[in-house]
Design a protein around this ligand. Structure first.
Ligand SMILES: O=c1ccn([C@H]2C[C@H](O)[C@@H](CO)O2)c(=O)[nH]1
Ligand SMILES: [Zn+2]
Length: 131
């Protein structure tokens, strides 16, 4: 699968000297193009960024804001779910039914959706009608 292959390939370039935990992510825009990202850690730990955030940033910088598919891979015993911040970032550009494939190098997979990862999400409807 091209999306998962892209995530697996970019994972090898992750910069994770502190956790030792490399993650690769790939997202497909509405154009069909694939954008990848890896985690980039920092000695000031909170300044590190997640693989998903990198892939989303590349998609937006390339001119796309509609996300139709996501894949994330790590070398773990089970598929690693995106952190809370990444769930919100994915929800910004995808839909509730947008497929998310979580995978391990060993071949385990978990197919889910953005809606399952972030039910009751904060979205633009909450920004209006409060006054
Ligand atoms: O879905 C995930 C989960 C974790 N990480 C990164 C953040 C940090 O660099 C390392 C350990 O948490 O893994 C990601 O990039 N994506
Ligand atoms: Zn994250």
């Amino acid at each position: 699968m091209a999306l998962l292959d892209a995530a697996r390939e970019v994972r090898e370039r992750a910069y994770a000297p502190y956790s030792g935990f490399k993650v690769g992510a790939a997202v497909r825009g509405a154009s069909g193009r694939i954008y990848h990202g890896c985690n980039v850690e920092n000695v000031a730990y909170p300044e590190g960024t997640c693989a998903e955030a990198g892939a989303i940033a590349l998609m937006v910088a390339s001119g796309e804001t509609d996300l139709i598919e996501v894949a994330v891979i790590a070398d773990s015993s089970g598929p690693v779910p995106p952190c809370g911040g990444c769930r919100q970032k994915l929800a910004e550009f995808g839909r509730a039914d947008t497929p998310v494939l979580l995978a391990t190098l060993g071949g385990a997979t978990l197919a889910t959706t953005i809606g399952e990862l972030l039910p009751g999400r904060f979205d633009i409807s909450h920004l209006s009608g409060t006054e």
